[in-house]
Ligand binder design. Structure first.
Ligand SMILES: NC(=O)c1ccc[n+]([C@@H]2O[C@H](COP(=O)([O-])OP(=O)(O)OC[C@H]3O[C@@H](n4cnc5c(N)ncnc54)[C@H](O)[C@@H]3O)[C@@H](O)[C@H]2O)c1
Length: 302
């Protein structure tokens, strides 16, 4: 069923839930962290950037409570580092479990010269850091999310009552997950994220029903968010060098709204683009809300 973009998301669901967001020290992840903290969620940030991460942590603690939120210095390319992040997040969560995981940490093209002709014709090993962070890191995060979500609900936790328990895994793709890519390795990584999403939304990955113990059945709702260019460090630092100064950018608050709609959707398996308003009008064929356009539900064409 497609989403009603004009209905208010059910923000209440976030009250008291724990969300782990990788790469939330800056940009889009930081936007999600702030919005969800305002809605009553406990947020755990896993990021390499300790200085920015601690600043965001203070912001979150000012929004809602000193002990609610945590920062864990994490390198998503390291399995051990992500295991430590998930274990600490679960340990510090009031219910000792996670409700939402966002695989958001990412960089732009790590070797922009890789496919450009080299004047000296020398062979050199490409720098595939983009694949390590934007794809391998995401696979580790998704795998750990499945492990964390499947942990038994703590006894007496009112938020975990009811079966199946709902959990959301949001994967951050890009327009480069679709056909609009200008950077080869970034596109390869983000197409990989699309492939992961397409697979995880198949029903046997989606719903874990325990016949012997129906009370412990869980529903894992995968989602995919594909923003167009947004004004964050990634487009300044890692450089989409070809981007003209006066290009219209996507609004960060709309990216955060789309992310929240996917996470809060009861059905799951949703994918959304976030575009400039003029692009959304054309590509959404009037079914857009601002820059937000749904691109495929469980039975969608994506
Ligand atoms: N900004 C855009 O135009 C745009 C468009 C489409 C998709 N995206 C995607 O959105 C996500 C967030 O990017 P952003 O725009 O907020 O950029 P950003 O640079 O502001 O934030 C990315 C964060 O990831 C962290 N990070 C990088 N490598 C890491 C590692 N190895 N381990 C842990 N953390 C690491 C950075 O420290 C940073 O805090 C990325 O996956 C990106 O590909 C961004």
């Amino acid at each position: 069923m497609s989403m009603n973009l004009n209905a208010e998301p059910e923000w209440n669901w976030l009250q008291g839930r724990t969300a782990l967001i990788t790469g939330a020290a800056n940009g889009l992840g930081r936007g999600m962290a702030r919005k969800w903290a305002e809605s009553g969620a406990y947020v755990v940030i896993g990021d390499m950037d300790e200085t920015a991460g601690r600043i965001v942590l203070e912001e979150l603690r000012r929004i809602s409570g000193k002990d609610k939120h945590h920062f864990v210095k994490t390198d998503v390319t390291s399995w051990e580092s992500q295991v430590a992040l998930f274990k600490e997040a679960m340990e510090k969560s009031p219910g000792k479990h996670l409700d939402v995981v966002v695989a958001n940490a990412g960089i732009g093209e790590s070797d922009p010269e890789m496919f450009l002709p080299q004047a000296d014709l020398k062979l050199r090993k490409p720098n595939v850091k983009t694949i390590d962070i934007d794809l391998t890191g995401v696979i580790y995060t998704a795998h750990l999310a499945y492990w964390a979500f499947a942990q038994p609900a703590p006894k007496g936790d009112s938020l975990s009552s009811g079966s199946p328990r709902h959990h959301s895994l949001l994967l951050i793709g890009s327009m480069a997950s679709l056909k609009y890519s200008i950077e080869p390795m970034y596109a390869a990584a983000k197409h990989g994220v699309l492939g992961l999403f397409r697979t995880l939304r198949r029903p046997h990955y989606f719903l874990k029903f325990d016949r012997n113990n129906p009370e412990s059945s869980i529903k894992i709702k995968p989602g995919l968010l594909c923003p167009y260019f947004v004004d964050t460090n990634i487009i300044k630092k890692d450089g989409v060098k070809a981007l003209p100064d006066d290009v219209e950018l996507t609004k960060i608050e709309e990216v955060v709204e789309a992310a929240s709609r996917i996470v809060l959707d009861k059905e799951g398996g949703k994918a959304m683009m976030v575009l400039t308003h003029s692009m959304a009008k054309v590509m959404g064929k009037g079914k857009n809300k601002g820059g937000i356009v749904e691109i495929g539900g469980l039975s969608g064409k994506l």
